[in-house]
Design a protein around this ligand. Structure first.
Ligand code: AMP
Length: 580
């Protein structure tokens, strides 16, 4: 297959902003592909060669890509550097320069998908001191045979930023459209949620139809999207929602870990599917020791512990996320794993079993030790019992409690009222913190002149796959953080408003939603300028955050699709107005 056919489809997608139109472009294209090619094309559409959790990354820095572009186009690097400062996207620069490059086509051979994949694999595997030179060489070799559009997407694939605005939800829509019906969409999505492998789901569906997809099961080595909780502001409301009785657990303030144990090894994944095994080698070893089953997938929260055996706040456990010097960090920051769920036990997919049964299975399957424990749990049937349990959680420095429906299955990748969190903040400030995606920036004035002074922040609408603004954030930044913002954000600059962003405010620069920051606010109010939940409460008004402040926490454990959703903000707004 010619790579230009794929690049042309990406180009059509990039020119389209409506999700329905994008779905139909993908769907028509998917139908023409054999299952194996479809799998590869699905990964490429996300700027990847494999599913996220494989950890392998093409990871070429913009500057390196631009050196290849300079080499092939004959344009001096200094000129390209200027263009890059203006454009921010090596792909667009390559395309512009390649349009002028007429004669190269005479000597070049058409690029095939196979050749592209071969060279991309070489780029991914390049190691050693001259790895950067090697990567440049393999990319240049592809660019030599590329037309302008092909070059644009090659540069984007190797940097991992495709800018076509097609997230996993659009691909799932297109798969249902191409190989099934609308009614099959939930089964296809569930298969994705329990495997986190869009390419595998696509291939299975194209090869064996919806029935094969329905038969897909959780498996060791393939992370499962985590189940998430809604929030409510009081124990009576929680009990009302849970039918009068539920399990309550302490809500620990650490890092969520999904552990896959089997085949003699253990792998630990973060909720963003990063492999954290080397960050928590002590926990991996202890889980392996304590596990009585051949195979298991469990979840728990890893919490940093003080010398006196008390739990320390979240910031302490982040020292374990470092890339280097882990041996020292393991010693300096002892942690404990508090297990709360089991999703696979000896070949048995537990995700569809009720919580009560899963919890018993968890306790049966693992021995306990100082390092590996179960979350503290109680069955609660009255508000008094719930309040008392909540106070006990706070007394041992937990954030609050998690209420869980005793009869509920494990809903991979979904947030709902089967799990409800209740935190101390809700009593004090009414609202929880928000994890928001940066979609734009405004240049500062005065002391902040020439730097980004404020950011445009958005929530994610998981129904439409779009980002909607909720606040302009200019408070809570210290000088060092402000100075570091260009480094953190400029790789995601976008020439115009990204097609997935809904905004009425016009910042000085736009970013592809990528970086997630934690923000607190005084309250949620109706806003004439923000687009979150536009029209849901009042015609022509959206919801905005009043007095938003950055907490200092960059949520690099969350991707943009995991930030606070629009429906959460709407329910928090309703919770807040109810309270008043
Ligand atoms: P939040 O990040 O505020 O939405 O809260 C959900 C997170 O709380 C989960 O993703 C876990 O990391 C964490 N957590 C702490 N304790 C528990 C528990 N007992 N059950 C489930 N999640 C927990």
């Amino acid at each position: 297959m010619l790579y230009s056919e794929i690049a042309d489809v990406f180009d059509r997608l990039e020119r389209t902003s409506g999700r329905l139109e994008m779905t139909s472009i993908f769907s028509e294209f998917f139908k023409t592909l054999d299952p194996d090619t479809l799998r590869k094309v699905v990964y490429l559409s996300q700027g990847k060669l494999h599913p996220d959790f494989c950890g392998a990354e093409l990871g070429m820095a913009d500057r390196l890509v631009l050196r290849s572009v300079a080499f092939i186009s004959g344009m001096p690097e200094s000129r390209i550097d200027e263009l890059w400062k203006k454009e921010g996207d090596p792909g667009t620069i390559a395309e512009t320069l390649f349009k002028k490059r007429k004669q190269a086509a005479l000597f070049s051979e058409p690029l095939t998908l196979d050749k592209v994949l071969r060279n991309l694999t070489l780029i991914e595997n390049a190691e050693g001191r001259d790895s950067q030179d090697k990567k440049m060489k393999y990319l240049s070799n592809l660019l030599m045979d590329s037309g302008p559009t092909e070059a644009r997407y090659l540069c984007r694939i190797v940097t991992g930023r495709m800018r076509i605005g097609a997230g996993s939800m659009t691909i799932l829509d297109a798969l249902a459209d191409a190989f099934g019906t609308k009614e099959d969409r939930p089964d296809i999505e569930r298969a994705f949620n329990i495997t986190c492998d869009l390419g595998l789901v696509a291939e299975t569906l194209a090869a064996g139809g919806v029935d094969s997809v329905k038969r897909m099961k959780v498996a060791v080595g393939s992370p499962i999207k985590v189940m998430l909780a809604e929030r409510l502001p009081s124990v009576p409301l929680i009990l009302g929602r849970m039918g009068g009785r539920c399990a309550m657990e302490f809500k620990y303030d650490g890092i969520r870990i999904q552990a896959h144990i089997g085949g003699g090894s253990v792998k630990l994944y973060s909720r963003r599917l990063e492999d954290l095994t080397s960050n928590f080698p002590d926990i991996a070893a202890e889980l392996r020791k304590q596990c009585r089953a051949e195979e298991a997938i469990i979840e728990g929260e890893c919490v940093a512990m003080g010398p006196d055996g008390s739990m320390l706040p979240f910031q302490n456990v982040t020292h374990r996320r470092k890339k280097h010097g882990m041996d020292q960090a393991v010693e300096d920051y002892p942690v404990r794993m508090f297990m709360f769920d089991i999703l696979l036990a000896d070949g048995e997919d537990m995700t569809l079993r009720p919580f009560e049964e899963r919890r018993l299975k968890l306790a049966e399957t693992f021995g306990l030790s100082e390092k590996v424990q179960l979350t503290t749990l109680e069955i609660v049937g009255t508000p008094e019992e719930g309040e008392e349990f909540f106070s006990r959680a706070l007394a041992v420095k937990c954030e609050g409690v998690m209420a869980k429906s005793l009869s509920s299955e494990y809903r991979a990748g979904s947030r709902g009222f089967l799990w409800i969190k209740y935190k101390k903040d809700y009593e004090e400030a009414l609202t929880d913190s928000f994890d928001l995606a940066v979609v734009g920036a405004f240049y500062g004035r005065g002391k902040r002149a020439g730097k980004y002074g404020a950011l445009l922040m958005a929530v994610f609408d998981d129904e439409s796959g779009r980002y909607c603004t909720v606040c302009k954030l200019g408070t809570g930044f210290d000088d060092a953080f402000l100075a570091g913002l260009p480094d953190m954000l400029d790789g995601y600059l976008s020439e115009a408003r990204p097609s997935t962003v809904d905004a009425e405010m016009a910042p000085d620069v736009w970013f592809l939603p990528t970086v997630v920051l934690e923000v607190v606010a005084a309250e949620i109010s109706l806003s004439p300028v923000h687009t979150a939940a536009k029209g849901a409460v009042k015609e022509d008004a959206g919801l905005g955050l009043r007095f938003p402040r950055f907490t200092g926490r960059v949520r690099d454990d969350k991707g943009p699709e995991e930030c606070t959703t629009m429906s959460e903000v709407l329910s928090m707004y309703r919770m807040q107005t109810q309270d008043k």
